[in-house]
Design a protein around this ligand. Sequence first.
Ligand SMILES: NC(=O)c1ccc[n+]([C@@H]2O[C@H](COP(=O)([O-])OP(=O)(O)OC[C@H]3O[C@@H](n4cnc5c(N)ncnc54)[C@H](OP(=O)(O)O)[C@@H]3O)[C@@H](O)[C@H]2O)c1
Length: 278
Amino acid sequence: MAAGGARPWVLITGCSTGIGRALVPLCREAGWGVVATARRVETLADLPPGEDLRVLALDVTDAASMAGAVAACADLPLRGVVNNAGYGQTGPLELARSEDLRAQFETNVVGLHAVTTAFLPLLRRQPAPRIIQVASMLGRLSIPLAGPYNASKHAVVALAETLRLEIGEEVAVVLVEPGAVRTEFQENLTRAWGDLPERARGTRYEAVLARYLAARARGRSQGIPPEACARRIVKALVANRPPRRVVIGRDAFWAGKAKALLPAAWWEGLLRRVFGLR
Ligand SMILES: NC(=O)c1ccc[n+]([C@@H]2O[C@H](COP(=O)([O-])OP(=O)(O)OC[C@H]3O[C@@H](n4cnc5c(N)ncnc54)[C@H](OP(=O)(O)O)[C@@H]3O)[C@@H](O)[C@H]2O)c1
């Protein structure tokens, strides 16, 4: 029997917390072997060991780390990859520096692409392989104070749609577009702030940021649990014919509809009001 047994295997990026973490037990329950990866491999130490689990260090922005992960999977019947790793930034676009934008794209876009191309040769060895690209509802619409993140997720949508056209039926490419999910994501949003509050002081954005923080504190428990999001991803992963697009959450569904149906001025007015930008 091949290493890893007869079961199909999936590699998942960003399993330290959140959606990636929730995916690990659900994929295993579905009978798939899981290569759970994280930047800090010690964050995976509490995963129950088994023949259906391999844990690896993988920073999607680090070429050496990527090469190590590919080599460590060479003996596995890898049939799926879930590009889940990602983070968001909060702040007005006018104050976003080039390095902030570059860092956002380095992880969410370049990293996702690098993982995709690095693992495609392994995936192609299996029947009906699939790649799941975790975008966001913010890959289809933009909200204020999330410019770099909006842009990165729009880029993920474009990459997935292009790859699907080019790669044909050989590999299924699934776009996952969640709305709000209760994970570490929200807490991590302001981690990348650095000195943003100082740079915003005295500008029109000072009050906007303060209102944003107050609203976020009130809405801390908003969003679906990560397990609910992960269940939808697993359904797509294990499907005989994986769907092209999985929109997850009522907010993602209705926001998409509202943007498509409302006149642009109404839609923008609504967003400005919600974010206190009038
Ligand atoms: N939560 C939401 O509301 C929401 C909505 C739509 C889409 N999403 C997307 O869902 C995905 C998962 O996010 P989440 O909500 O589960 O947030 P999360 O709990 O913050 O998890 C993000 C994961 O990505 C990892 N990561 C970040 N940079 C990385 C890098 N350079 N290399 C490898 N891993 C890296 C993090 O690892 P560390 O622990 O090392 O930082 C963490 O494991 C992201 O792509 C996010 O954009 C989230």
